[in-house]
Design a protein around this ligand. Structure first.
Ligand SMILES: NC(=O)c1ccc[n+]([C@@H]2O[C@H](COP(=O)([O-])OP(=O)(O)OC[C@H]3O[C@@H](n4cnc5c(N)ncnc54)[C@H](O)[C@@H]3O)[C@@H](O)[C@H]2O)c1
Length: 439
């Protein structure tokens, strides 16, 4: 199809805020991005297949803890609207895709959300639109999943429809960086695609970093997350060694971190959690096999990190055993079930894996988490539990209290004072005391 699309005129539409922004997938990534565009003066139309989320957002409320209703209401006043109707895709100038990219049961990339999105938008695509994929994925996804759909509609990428990859770097709970101030990579299929992408995002993001191709942007995102996974794997292994040697790994990390160059501290814990770090490395290992490359480093880090819940469970078992108690029948209180501190996100939380191990071994479980009032329905896990309020009496009622996610809201003095046995997997307590076990 040849159309008379003028890239300069399109860019001007974005700069003058006349363009309408479309965002597909209104979750942890899509919602804050939609708000940033609205706060940057754009009209935003959000798409989500979850009718409940659509209704909630249209009533000015968010299902995400760190997004305030006031902020959402202000975006509504500025023209933000959510819909489940893909028929409205032709109303928007760009389609920014923020749908999930999990692993399937065989721990292989699950591209079904991206494919479903492309199928849904295809009939409504029109010349002049930009498609930008944000979901984390392996290099080649734009070529394999997005471009064929664009071409099937008869459009030429870079001439009448523009296509880019711009990975999300959202870090919920980060006090120093927000969606707007985190620099954002963007790689287009052609230079015109990159230019239109930069123009589109400039209303919401302070600094765009163009790269030469979609594949560079795709692989850069994976490098960022894999670097974290490998370094956390290393420090988790160091924790196990230090524990055997009766050395406090946290004191060691603090000591090493005084070196002003060449050392970056990473912190051990009960395992990896969240939507990104436990999952994204396996997008690359899967794709690398197609090229005959085995990714030993990445797999090894994954293996060590995945073993950490079991290691923490072993420390809890040993600690109870030393007090002449079996796990079976012991009352165990887990502190913190979100995957990291000060957020409500439970995805891939290692706390849940420790809870599963404890339940299988016959422990009587409870949990306390100021961010998760009730244990949510998860795809593979469920506990009929509600968060237990922490008091001296409630703490004293347990055989073991296991600190798995170190939220700031916890009263650490009270926890130490009233727990009969306290297992700390986060290095929160540095000074030893009789009832403390570091894990
Ligand atoms: N959460 C993070 O901190 C983070 C950080 C960086 C990158 N990412 C990446 O961003 C992507 C999105 O992650 P998220 O955390 O926002 O996920 P999420 O589960 O919070 O949100 C995804 C949303 O997409 C919706 N959705 C699913 N299929 C859809 C479809 N076909 N059409 C329209 N909507 C659909 C869901 O209903 C949900 O509301 C993932 O690829 C993830 O790896 C996430």
């Amino acid at each position: 199809m040849t159309s008379n699309v003028d890239p300069a005129a399109l860019a001007a539409r974005y700069h003058s805020r006349h363009a309408r922004i479309g965002i597909v997938g209104l979750g942890y990534v899509g919602q804050p991005l939609a708000l940033c565009f609205a706060e940057g003066g754009c009209r935003v139309l959000g798409f989500d297949i979850n009718e409940h989320v659509v209704q909630l957002l249209n009533s000015g409320r968010s299902n995400i803890e760190h997004i305030s209703d006031e902020r959402l209401q202000a975006a509504r006043d500025a023209g933000f609207e959510a819909t489940a109707d893909y028929g409205r895709v032709d109303e928007v100038d760009c389609i920014i895709i923020c749908v999930p990219t999990p692993l399937n049961r065989n721990r292989e990339p699950d591209m079904s959300y991206i494919r479903a999105t492309m199928r849904s938008i295809a009939p409504h695509l029109r010349p002049g639109q930009l498609i930008s994929l944000e979901s984390t994925t392996f290099p080649g996804t734009i070529e394999d999943e997005v471009l064929p759909v664009v071409r099937e509609r008869g459009f030429t990428p870079g001439e009448d429809v523009f296509v880019a990859y711009s990975p999300e770097r959202e870090d919920p709970g980060n006090e120093h960086y927000s969606t707007r101030t985190i620099p954002k990579l963007i790689g287009g299929v052609t230079p015109a695609c990159t230019a239109i992408g930069v123009a589109a995002y400039s209303a919401a993001i302070d600094r765009l970093v163009p790269v030469s191709s979609t594949k560079v942007a795709e692989l850069a995102k994976l490098l960022e997350n894999i670097q974290r996974s490998v370094n956390i794997g290393l420090v988790n292994e160091m924790k196990i060694i230090a524990d055997r040697m009766d050395i406090d790994i946290h004191e060691v990390i603090d000591a090493a971190a005084t070196k002003p160059f060449g050392f970056t501290p990473y912190y051990p814990g009960p395992g990896l959690g969240g939507h990104c770090i436990p999952i994204d490395p396996f997008y690359l290992t899967w794709k690398a096999r197609e090229f005959g490359v085995s990714t030993r480093f990445i797999e090894l880090a994954g293996e060590i990190n995945q073993g950490m819940p079991q290691w923490v469970f072993g420390k809890i078992t040993d600690a109870l055993n030393q007090r002449r108690k079996a796990v079976s029948g012991s009352r165990v209180l887990v502190l913190g079930i979100a995957y990291k501190k000060n957020v409500d996100d439970m995805r891939e939380s290692p706390s849940v894996q420790v809870m599963e191990l404890l339940r299988t071994a016959g422990a009587e479980l409870d949990y306390s988490d100021p961010h998760v009032a009730e244990f949510p329905r998860m795809r593979e896990h469920h506990f009929e539990l509600k968060s237990v309020p922490l008091t001296p009496e409630s703490l004293a009622a347990y055989d073991c209290v296991a600190l798995l996610t170190d939220h700031d809201e916890f009263d650490y003095g009270m926890i130490a004072e009233h727990s009969a046995l306290l297992v700390d997997s986060r290095g929160k307590y540095r000074q030893p005391f009789a009832t403390l076990v570091k894990a």
